[in-house]
Design a protein around this ligand. Structure first.
Ligand code: PLP
Length: 221
């Protein structure tokens, strides 16, 4: 068994225990393997082990890695989890199955236009700037409701959930529970939060999609 396959088993065990402790069913949790900075060869053992959900944070890097892998594994679900520029949206819509970092009106409008043009429907989540950090992208918590209404009513987009990255170096629990409250208020089914260092706490607070990179693939260069 490769190191990656061992770490994959370990992460799945940890997800299971976190679910047991939180009285949740493990099928409610989708592990997104964040493969940014890792090559096709590095990813291969995970595909061989049956894993299909992956996340990348750059369009260009994903374009170089994933089309070839999809030929062998058509069931791959690839999500964009990083910031998007409007000139890359056409490419992103053709390449990805989900965009979990919808973070402003302009981006949402162009995504809607491209999905219509390409006759493709992607899973969409809105990124919330849960810590009100000035350097971070994302919709501020106070604006979340109006933004989702804009996407759904004006653009006719289906918004499946919310995503956040809590401030670095702080305890994430209060941010996770704040995001959970917004999700509940807006009645959205999905919640993407929790990374290598804190996915168990995210599960405790209601995450449905955890994004795990280094705990699976090792540290990035
Ligand atoms: C890189 C990245 C992750 C994974 O981070 P790890 O700490 O390596 O698990 C999760 N979410 C986003 C948005 C990322 O860019």
């Amino acid at each position: 068994m490769s190191d990656l396959t061992k770490r994959y088993r370990l992460i799945n065990d940890r997800i299971k225990s976190a679910c047991d402790q939180a009285n949740r069913n493990v099928v409610e949790i989708q592990l997104i393997a964040v493969s940014k900075n890792f090559s096709q060869q590095a990813i291969a053992p995970l595909l061989a082990a049956g894993h299909r959900h992956f996340g990348e944070n750059r369009v260009q890097e994903a374009a170089q890695k994933w089309p070839a892998l999809r030929l062998h594994y058509p069931q791959i679900h690839l999500a964009l989890i990083g910031p998007l520029q409007s000139n890359k949206i056409s490419k992103a819509v053709s390449l990805f199955d989900g965009i979990y970092s919808v973070d402003r009106e302009k981006i949402a409008s162009v995504i809607a236009k491209e999905m219509f043009k390409q006759e493709k429907s992607l899973d969409l989540m809105v990124q919330i700037n849960i810590g009100y950090e000035s350097q971070k992208t994302g919709i501020l918590p106070d604006d979340a409701e109006n933004f989702v209404i804009f996407c759904v009513q004006d653009l006719k987009l289906k918004i499946s959930g919310l995503m956040c990255i809590p401030p670095v170096g702080e305890q994430p629990q209060s941010y996770f529970s704040d995001l959970k409250k917004i999700q509940t208020k807006l009645k959205l089914p999905l919640l993407s939060m929790g990374m290598s260092a804190d996915f168990e706490q995210a599960i405790k607070h209601g995450a449905t999609h955890i994004r795990v990179g280094s705990a699976l693939f090792g540290s990035r260069q």
